[in-house]
Design a protein around this ligand. Structure first.
Ligand SMILES: C[S@@+](CC[C@H](N)C(=O)[O-])C[C@H]1O[C@@H](n2cnc3c(N)ncnc32)[C@H](O)[C@@H]1O
Length: 400
């Protein structure tokens, strides 16, 4: 397909805009058309259709066909030069889309950026598929079974859970570093259920702090040793008895800067003042990189709190976006996508996974923030004596 075919233009009438807003075929309907045209490839028989790589590769092959080209049949086992050529081809098409959308003053900043997030995620999935072995995204059957009956992700608590292999990778990371008697790890929000995998075999204490009662009871049922605490990181703080008591704090906060910091500050509050203590933050890099000054602001705040990066690990977390897992995803997207008629953008809506890096943070050795900053941080992030409405017992919770 030539570049003209992916030129965008605004809808011509209100009716056209509304039709665009409400009619969305499911992922499978859109992709099925393209999947049917694909030749049988070796990996299709080897990987289960539920495997993240199966879905990612299928999407990439379909996307290339949609753009009028073909990914090599041997993909991802190709020479670096071939990889570069394929990546460049996709980039060229995406840049046309970004350029058009970002030059429209009638779109707000979120609408201008959303096509870029989808496009950059496609490029990122392409790199993941080329650079990392499939085994990286293969979860054990035991983990899959343990996570199977989880409560559905709900938008009420901004949930979007990661793939089982991502949960497994996080649990293994904590085990590698802290599986000794007396250690304490905290999950600040745990729709990803790392605590359940850890709770099967871990010598230290595992704590979960979350606002969602459904999750807290599910975790308690599946892993009784895990200690659960109801907490609201937006409208309240952390119990002072937990101040600086954990060796590790893990979080996958909401993908907005302000709310991410509500979570990250609570993780910092919980973390021991110890050189071996670590924060494991899963976060989408696009949100930090593509908004002006966001990354600079993020690093400044991290440093002010006495922390630095130990590592940034790509390809760490995948989040499934299929309608089976997230039935309202297409409608969530409607809120952010600009109203343009772009076949390419319509295709990108059906991307199978979002992704996040793992940012590992540690204390800067020998760094003590000024006293007033530490005092204010403690005061601001500790639990208040009056619970916010979200944490007050409802009449039905109080026994007679
Ligand atoms: C915020 S979600 C984010 C998931 C995913 N990374 C995303 O961006 O969609 C992570 C966890 O935080 C919990 N959570 C949401 N709001 C909360 C709040 N105000 N206080 C404490 N936990 C909260 C959710 O129940 C969930 O388990």
């Amino acid at each position: 397909m030539s570049e003209e075919n992916v030129v965008n233009h605004a809808p011509e009438s209100v009716e056209e805009s509304e039709a665009q807003e409400t009619e969305h075929p499911t992922t499978s309907d859109v992709l099925r058309e393209w999947v049917e045209q694909l030749p049988e490839m070796e990996w299709m028989t080897r990987l289960s259709p539920e495997h993240p790589r199966y879905k990612i590769r299928l999407f990439l092959h379909c996307l290339f066909r949609f753009l009028g080209d073909e990914l090599p049949e041997a993909w991802p086992n190709v020479e670096p030069a071939t990889f570069r050529e394929c990546l460049g081809f996709l980039e060229k098409h995406l840049h046309g889309l970004y350029h058009y959308v970002e030059s429209q003053p009638s779109f707000d900043r979120d609408q201008q950026l959303m096509p870029r997030y989808l496009g950059e995620t496609s490029l990122y999935l392409m790199r993941v598929d080329y650079e990392y072995p499939e085994s990286m995204h293969t979860a054990s059957q035991e983990s899959i079974d343990l996570l199977r009956h989880r409560p559905n992700a709900t938008i009420d608590f901004d949930q979007l859970y990661c793939s089982p292999d991502s949960t497994e990778r996080r649990a293994n990371r904590v085990r590698e570093l802290y599986d000794v008697e007396g250690s304490r790890v905290a999950m600040l929000g745990d729709d990803d259920l790392v605590s359940i995998l850890l709770g099967q075999k871990f010598q230290g204490e595992v704590h979960v702090l979350d606002l969602d009662d459904r999750l807290l009871s599910f975790i308690k049922e599946q892993a009784p040793a895990v200690q659960t605490h109801k907490a609201d990181f937006f409208f309240d703080g952390i119990d002072p008895s937990l101040y600086q008591t954990f060796d590790a704090a893990m979080l996958d906060p909401p993908w907005t800067f302000y709310h991410m910091w509500c979570f990250l500050d609570k993780a910092i509050f919980c973390l021991k003042d110890d050189p071996n203590a670590r924060i494991f933050l899963s976060y989408c890099p696009l949100l930090l990189e593509h908004r002006q000054r966001m990354m600079a602001q993020f690093q400044k705040r991290v440093t002010e709190r006495g922390f630095c990066f130990e590592s940034v690990e790509t390809a760490y977390n995948l989040y499934e976006l299929s309608p089976d897992v997230l039935p309202d995803f297409q409608h969530r997207l409607d809120k952010f996508l600009p109203m343009v008629e772009s076949p390419l953008l319509d295709f990108l809506r059906h991307i199978p996974y979002a992704h996040a890096q793992l940012y590992v943070l540690k204390r800067i050795p020998n760094y003590k923030p000024p006293f007033w900053r530490r005092w204010f941080f403690y005061f601001w992030n500790k639990k208040s004596s009056v619970a916010p409405p979200s944490l007050q017992a409802k009449p039905e919770d109080v026994s007679p």
